[in-house]
Design a protein around this ligand. Structure first.
Ligand code: HAM
Length: 424
């Protein structure tokens, strides 16, 4: 009888070692990118109180209504949720630790997020985001900074065809005015709406505009436009933002239907989309959320930010030439009782010297160890037998290029191999 295998949860993926180097390449690029803009890293827990997301993302949103992983902690009865996004946690932490007393904050985070959506290409139940948030800045200069940053990252990663859709949602009052007009219009067409849109009409009518149902395209195209209800200061700020983007050479198109699926937004919102991603075409999205800090208990402070969907972004990178798989510099082959002990010490010395070393473990013939050395991708085999151990030396054999095996002291071997490795 064989024991039944346990498999990963649907929509939650393993990244296997052979698939990991694009992730590592991306992580390295992202760290450099954030450093040159002066953003500082914030790490928050994956679990938060459910209430945090209900209050920030909004009770009538898809995320809160049907996609959150929530449960009651049996030990103390608390209602908890796996975070579906990072902005709410970031704002909570900023308030809880009074970070805004030190002045405005430029922050970033990275990590897994969880949404119980129907899995498909580009849509997972556990996915990863790199999020960037700026708190305490009224904009639109900082909003422009975020969009310029994104454009720089796409260039650094060699992405093409990622386009920027931009809209403004105005302030809460003009949105309320618009909502009324939109509801009146949609009620006139209620008979032709699908079930989802009928439900949204009562809870979150702006989201009807987001519907992907082609049968609703005509109704959506004829709907009143938010721009006609905008207050003057939102309009002015939006125009300034557009001027800053033009000046920086960041192309965009205004998309009056872009409303975003989270309730905390106001003012400028955007999505970076690619037609190479299929239905899930947004690779990065964000905008301004000036009311959120106050809404979850802080002193009012303007804020804005964005998050990149890492899986979608990795799917867009065509040129992985620079994402070279990481191979060790050295595979250490050791044979003989004394050589076993000596070899382990040599490996540590080589690492002290700055080389990465795979130490052969598990015994086996010299031939089988050399086969492993070859398969590891290492540039050099360092071979130690009882002879080398007695003489306190090693034998170095280049594996990827012509060259003789040579005996050397450990110090000489380090110099020799580092020259070989750095001349790559
Ligand atoms: P969001 O639009 O919900 O915004 O998510 C941002 C990005 O995360 C999306 O554009 C997409 O690339 C990726 N994403 C979302 N859901 C999934 C999924 N199920 N599978 C794969 N990728 C996904 C936010 O989360 C906001 N917190 C962004 C923000 C930050 N706004 C202001 N600051």
């Amino acid at each position: 009888m064989t024991t039944k295998q346990i498999q990963a949860i649907r929509g939650m993926n393993d990244v296997l070692p052979d698939q990991a180097h694009p992730w590592e390449f991306f992580e390295d690029t992202v760290r450099d990118w954030l450093r040159v803009y002066g953003y500082r890293n914030l790490r928050t827990p994956i679990l938060e109180r459910t209430e945090l997301f209900v209050r920030s993302i909004g009770a009538a949103t898809d995320i809160v209504e049907k996609e959150m992983y929530t449960f009651v902690d049996e030990l103390n009865g608390e209602n908890l949720a796996l975070r579906p996004e990072g902005t709410a946690s970031c704002v909570r932490a900023v308030i809880e630790h009074n970070l805004l007393y030190g002045g405005p904050q430029r922050l970033w985070y990275w990590g897994p997020m969880f949404r119980h959506e129907r899995p498909q290409k580009g849509r997972y139940r556990q996915f990863h985001q790199v999020g960037v948030e700026a708190l305490g800045f009224p904009g639109p200069d900082i909003d422009a900074e975020h969009l310029v940053m994104c454009a720089r990252l796409w260039r650094a990663l060699g992405l093409d065809g990622v386009e920027l859709d931009l809209n403004t949602l105005g302030d809460a009052e003009c949105r309320a005015r618009y909502r009324q007009r939109l509801v009146k219009y949609l009620e006139r067409h209620e008979a032709r709406l699908d079930a989802d849109s009928k439900r949204r009409l009562g809870t979150n009518p702006l989201r009807v505009l987001d519907s992907k149902n082609p049968e609703l395209a005509g109704i959506i195209a004829g709907a009143p436009k938010l721009v006609d209800d905008l207050d003057e200061s939102s309009l002015k700020s939006f125009e300034e933002l557009q001027a800053l983007l033009r000046e920086a050479g960041v192309g965009f198109r205004i998309n009056p239907r872009l409303v975003r699926g989270l309730d905390y937004y106001n003012g400028a919102v955007y999505e970076w989309v690619s037609d190479r991603l299929g239905a899930q075409n947004a690779v990065c999205a964000g905008g301004r959320y000036d009311g959120l800090v106050e809404q979850i208990g802080g002193k009012p402070a303007p804020a804005c930010g964005f998050a990149i969907g890492v899986e979608r972004l990795l799917a867009l990178i065509r040129d992985y030439a620079r994402a070279v798989p990481r191979v060790p510099d050295v595979y250490l082959v050791r044979q003989g009782a004394e050589a076993e002990r000596y070899g382990a010490r040599v490996a540590e010395r080589l690492r002290d010297g700055g080389l990465s070393v795979l130490l052969h473990c598990g015994g086996g013939s010299f031939k089988s160890q050399m086969r492993r050395a070859d398969a590891s991708g290492a540039r050099f085999a360092v071979i130690v037998g009882d002879d080398e151990a007695a003489a306190n030396v090693v034998s170095v054999k280049p594996l990827r290029e012509a060259g003789q095996q040579a005996r050397a002291s450990i110090g000489e071997a380090i110099d020799l191999m580092k020259k070989g490795v750095s001349s790559e």
